[in-house]
Each structure stands twice: as structure tokens, then as C-alpha cells.
Design a protein around this ligand. Structure first.
Ligand code: ARG
Length: 639
């Protein structure tokens, strides 16, 4: 469906041109003074300069014409030349009716579908998935879903960090713990065991232990009350261990079979765990690729950079200049090979681009990672373009997000100061919701637990997504799980509430008398995916499916909010701004709750009016559901 703003502009254009003014001045915007009007046009001000007239004269001319339009119930020219507009109730109702009859709720499928890679998640294999990766997963998933909702082909790739030093550390730690394993027997030629020599929980303990071992410092030794000699020995052991880990990493990267076998175990065990974790977050990827998959392109791409005269040696390393004149401050070159010959993070990302161009031919790229990685991505994108790995005008966007902080304003940690594991975080939040549900309600424990899981996820995701991604935000469980205010649970509560009203209404019309049971909330019929289309649980009376003009301010306001759905979704995707969608559903929920407060739907005597309201709130529910689906969570049956 045409966006309502566009429909308004069409009307305005007709009026402008009928008065002899250029159509380009016929721009409409949402009113910034909702107390005065709903939409406004400021075009008379700009037109005044061209036609050398007073803006108000132009506005008066246009308004005189607009009075003939069926679109507006009010149009006013006000000083110095604003045109204030109010939509005609019948027109608005018609627009919403069309929306309700459309299974896409008026969201148009893009005329220019693009194939877009979304690189998000970015977990590092064998290291526990922590809250630092939460944001990437949550934001990326919603951007992917938004694009899909608009008809783009979105390809989500988790881009695992699976080829770094952590592998060497794990291999050497494993050697120290289980030297008898065949992987460490040089004489052994295979085959290697199918069974991994560790479980995920062991693996998660092995990596931090190894990492710590490789980083022993004198300071640490002093703190432990070690003697000078002891510290020295410990330092030497640590250094030797780190060296072994580097060597093991190198050997792995050269394809040394026993280490490849260990690596395969690490990958299998770790991936299974990651899938579980992402699954709990309702985050799914089309591709489970990683840095390891693209190492094969690295020698070639480095050669190409050298051949093209882009890469040169600097202090033993190989670098590519990427600075541009327009940069406010000079950006450092991109290092593509270290002085010891090792490839780096940037090289892996370049290899990944080469593979994606070869296998996927995307029209655009979106990367979602911590905003501290901005320079890295600027470097990678520029090298890719300079070298012609992608076409020069390839849209490559980096969406950098801020830090999730604790209430103390510092990066979120566990109570004992460690890095919070995602699993634990989800568990904590669900538990808090569970307790809240059990406080007030008398549902079975089983149901409460299920509901808590869904509400908890919504609290977590909405708490994140409702902030502008680039900003840091405070992770505040108590606030996030509140059923009031700008929270996920509040949105869910609104949906559940509407469902309950629809259920009661259905019961009411089914037995033709009063006394519906509150238990009907979320009855199966009230949830049959068909609500989106014409089947809005309206009765089969004459007025069925017919939306009437608003009968109150709060109803009109609700209708206006609903009509913005397609525009908001498009803007949120274009700007990669899920927070705009959150803001919208918050406002829509508020508008609904205000309307509901003012309106006695179930006891309304005028059946036509009642049916219209039912149709309206059904549409609110469908729009809310469509939005939360895109944000990556869903509503329970009841709360
Ligand atoms: N693994 C990286 C990290 O933990 C994030 C990966 C982001 N994506 C990319 N293509 N570099 O920081």
C-alpha cells in the first residue's frame, strides 16, 4: 500500500499544481504540534521565495483548493505560511480497512529487492559467548528480519572467529593435561578418534586457563606472595607456553593433521553450543562460516595487493594506505600481513569478501560489531574497493554498537566481576520474570515458566533494541522486566490484553449473551494466523469488517498511529534503526491503552460501532505482532 504520507502528498500536489505552484513544494510531514493538527505542509515557505509572494498567500491558495479534497477534514493556513492538516475520518478508516484486508498489513514488497549479506553474531569459537556478543546477535537478527519483511534477500552469516591464537592455546593446554593423546604422538599417523577429548564445559574452562597461563605477570606473582625466583621461573614457563601456543597456531594454520583433528573437535563441540545459545535467543544464521573458511584466499589476495602496487612494506609488515583527503583526521594504513608473516583480522575479512563476491554476489553488505571496531571496518572496506575486490560503489555499511553497562555505568559483569555468560543472563532475566508472574498470578508453574521464558527474551531484546545502537546503555533487569513503561513486557502485555478482549468478544457473540470468561484470552481461535487478513474475528453482521470513522480523539489517534506502520518499517530498515520500530510500537501500545481506557468496547450497544472497534484493535494486535516478530520475539498466550 502507498504510505499514508505519500497519499497526503498526492492530494497536496494536486492542490499546489491547480494553484499554479510547482508540485515539489507539496511535502507533508507528521505534525510537530499534535495539539494543532495531525500532518502539516511547510512547502509554502519554500515556494514563497520562488514566486515572490508571502508564504501565507500561497498557503491560503492551496488550502482553498484542498477544501475540495476528500482526504482532509481540516486544512488551515496559519502564519507565517504553514498548512495544518487533519485527515478525514472516513478516509482514514478506509485506509486501515485496506491494511486489515492485506496479509502484509500494507507493507509493500520492495520494487528493488537486493541480496544483502548481514555479518553479525561474530562469536569466537571455544570462548564462551558473552554479553559482548549479545548486542551483535540481537541487533543483527532484527535488521535481517526487517529487510526480509520488506522483500530483500537477507543472508545472515555468523562469521565465527575460529582461526586465532585461542586454538593454539587450547592445543598446548590439552597437551599439558593429556600428553598421552595420539595428537601429541609424533609417530602416530592416524586415524584420529571421532570422539572429542573434551566436553563443552571442559573446553570453556581450558581456554581461560590457557590464556591466563600464557599471560603470567610479575605483578600477579607478587600479589600471590611468590619469591623473586619463583616469579622468574613462572615468567619463563609462561613465556615458553605462549611461544608453544603461537607455534601450534602456526602449525594448525599450515594444516598439520593432528592439530587439524583437534581443531575439528573444538569446532564441533563449540558450534553445537553456539547453536544452542543463539537458538535460545531466537537468532538463526543462514551461513555458519568463519575466518577459517577463507584462509585459502589469503596468499592470493596479498599477492594481488602487491601486484596492484597497493601493498608495501613498512617496518617489516605489509600495509595498504587507506587515508583519504576528506577524513577529518588521518587514518592509519591497513596491515594485511604482520612482520612474522601472519595474517590478521583484516586479512580474514578481506578473504571473506572475496569468497562472498565469488559465491554469493551480494548487492550490499551490512556488518554489525562493537563500535570500537569502526576503524577496522573502514580499513577493510577501503582496501576492498581500492583493490577492486568489490565494485567501487558497493554499499558496505558498518553498524557499530555501544557497550552494555551495568547499573554502575561500567561494562556489565557478573557479581563476582567475571564476564557474564549469555546463558546465565537469559536465565537470570527469565527467573526474575517468573517470580513476578508467580507473585500476582495463579497459573501453573509450568505455564509460568514458559511465559517467563518468552517475556524474559522480550525484556532482554527490547531493552537492547529500544536504544539507538551506537549508544551505550544500562542493563537494568528490574526496569526491563517491568510491565509498565517503555519495555518489552509492556508491549507483550498490550498484545495479550487485546487478545483477551477479542476472546471475550468472540464468546459474547458466539452465545449471543454476556458472561464471557476471562480464560478465553488467547484461545486458539483468537490466534489463528488469519487475523491479519480479513478474518479479524468480526461477527458476520452487516457491519462486519467495516471500520467506521473514529468517534473519539483517542480512537483517531490510535488510527493515525496504525496508518504509519509501513512508513516506520521502511525507515527503520533504511536507517538500520530497530529503535525506531521499538519507539513506534511503544507509541502504538500507549495509544491503544488510552483508547481502551476511554472506550467500553464489550458493553457497547451499537453493534456496528462495536464491530468496528473489534476490527480496529485486531489490527493493532496484528501490527504489534508483525513488529515484534521483526524485532525477534513473540507474545505468550497470557501473562
Ligand atoms: N569475532 C569478532 C569479535 O569477537 C567479531 C566479528 C565481526 N565480523 C567481522 N566480519 N569481522 O570481535
Amino acid at each position: 500500500m502507498e504510505k499514508i504520507l505519500r497519499v497526503i502528498e498526492e492530494g497536496l500536489r494536486g492542490a499546489f499544481s491547480a494553484c499554479g505552484y510547482e508540485e515539489r513544494f507539496a511535502k507533508a510531514v507528521l505534525s510537530n504540534r499534535p495539539d494543532l493538527c495531525e500532518y502539516q505542509c511547510n512547502g509554502a515557505m519554500a515556494a514563497a521565495k520562488v514566486y515572490k509572494k508571502k508564504p501565507i498567500e500561497i498557503a491560503n491558495d492551496v488550502v482553498a483548493k484542498l477544501k475540495e479534497s476528500h482526504l482532509f477534514s481540516m486544512c488551515d493556513a496559519v502564519m507565517p505560511g504553514f498548512i495544518n492538516l487533519e485527515l478525514d475520518g472516513g478516509f482514514l478508516a478506509g485506509y486501515l480497512e485496506e491494511m486489515a484486508a492485506d496479509e502484509r498489513l500494507g507493507l509493500e514488497v520492495t520494487k528493488e529487492p537486493k541480496k544483502i549479506i548481514v555479518d553479525y553474531g561474530g562469536a569466537n569459537v571455544a570462548k564462551p559467548l558473552h554479553v559482548g556478543h549479545l548486542r551483535s546477535a540481537v541487533i543483527g537478527e532484527s535488521i535481517k528480519r526487517m529487510g526480509r519483511a520488506l522483500g530483500h534477500e537477507m543472508i545472515g552469516d555468523v562469521h565465527l572467529g575460529d582461526w586465532g591464537l585461542q586454538m593454539g592455546l587450547i592445543i598446548e593446554e590439552l597437551r599439558d593435561r593429556q600428553p598421552q593423546l595420539p595428537y601429541f604422538d609424533e609417530g602416530y599417523t592416524g586415524p584420529y578418534p571421532k570422539e572429542a577429548p573434551f566436553t563443552i564445559s571442559q573446553l570453556e574452562e581450558i581456554y581461560p586457563a590457557a590464556s591466563k597461563k600464557a599471560k603470567f605477570t610479575a605483578k600477579e606473582g607478587q600479589a600471590q606472595g611468590m619469591s623473586k625466583e619463583e616469579i622468574q621461573t613462572a615468567e619463563e614457563t609462561s613465556k615458553a607456553f605462549a611461544q608453544r601456543a603461537h607455534l601450534a597456531t602456526r602449525k594448525l594454520q599450515e594444516g598439520y593433521p593432528p592439530f587439524m583433528a583437534i581443531w575439528a573437535h573444538i569446532m564441533a563441540v563449540s558450534k553445537a553450543d553456539l547453536e544452542k545459545n543463539y537458538g535460545a535467543l531466537k537468532v538463526t544464521f543462514d551461513l555458519w562460516k568463519g575466518e577459517s573458511d577463507v584462509q585459502k584466499y589469503i596468499p592470493g589476495l596479498i599477492q594481488e595487493l602487491v601486484d596492484k602496487g597497493l601493498a608495501y612494506e613498512s617496518q617489516g609488515a605489509l600495509v595498504v594506505d587507506i587515508a583519504e583527503e576528506k577524513d577529518p583526521k588521518e587514518l592509519p594504513p591497513c596491515i594485511v600481513r604482520k612482520s612474522d608473516g601472519a595474517a590478521l583480522y583484516a586479512t580474514s575479512d578481506l578473504g571473506t569478501i572475496i569468497e562472498r563476491e565469488k559465491d554469493i554476489h551480494p548487492d550490499a553488505y551490512i556488518y554489525i560489531a562493537d563500535k570500537r571496531q569502526e576503524l577496522h571496518f573502514t580499513q577493510v572496506f577501503r582496501v576492498a574497493k581500492k583493490a577492486g575486490f568489490v565494485r567501487p560503489d558497493m554499499p558496505m555499511d558498518f553498524l557499530g554498537f555501544g557497550t552494555m553497562n551495568g547499573k554502575d555505568g561500567k561494562p556489565f559483569k557478573t557479581r563476582d566481576g567475571g564476564v557474564m555468560r549469555l546463558e546465565v543472563l537469559i536465565e537470570d532475566i527469565s527467573k526474575a520474570v517468573y517470580e513476578r508472574i508467580m507473585e500476582n498470578r495463579t497459573v501453573s508453574q509450568e505455564e509460568a515458566r514458559q511465559t517467563a521464558g518468552m517475556v524474559g527474551l522480550a525484556a532482554l531484546k527490547y531493552g537492547d533494541l529500544s536504544n539507538q545502537a551506537a549508544k551505550d546503555y544500562i542493563f537494568d533487569i528490574d526496569r526491563f522486566i517491568s510491565f509498565e513503561g517503555n519495555t518489552g513486557p509492556y508491549i507483550l502485555y498490550t498484545i495479550v490484553r487485546i487478545r483477551s478482549i477479542l476472546g471475550k468478544y468472540e464468546a459474547l457473540t458466539a452465545d449471543g449473551q454476556s458472561g464471557p470468561q476471562s480464560q478465553d484470552a488467547g484461545s486458539p481461535q483468537a490466534r489463528t494466523g488469519q487475523q491479519a487478513a480479513g478474518g479479524l474475528q468480526v461477527p458476520d453482521e452487516g457491519a462486519a469488517g467495516r471500520l467506521l470513522s473514529a468517534s473519539s480523539d483517542s480512537e483517531k489517534d490510535l488510527m493515525l498511529k496504525l496508518a504509519r506502520y509501513n512508513e516506520v518499517m521502511e525507515t527503520a530498515f533504511e536507517e538500520k534503526a530497530p529503535h525506531k520500530l521499538c519507539q513506534y510500537i511503544y507509541e502504538l501500545s500507549n495509544a491503544f491503552n488510552r483508547f481502551y481506557h476511554d472506550t467500553k468496547i464489550l458493553t457497547e450497544a451499537d453493534k456496528g460501532r462495536q464491530a468496528s472497534w473489534i476490527c480496529l484493535i485486531g489490527l493493532v494486535k496484528d501490527v504489534l505482532n508483525a513488529c515484534i516478530d521483526v524485532l525477534g520475539f513473540e507474545a505468550p498466550e497470557r501473562m
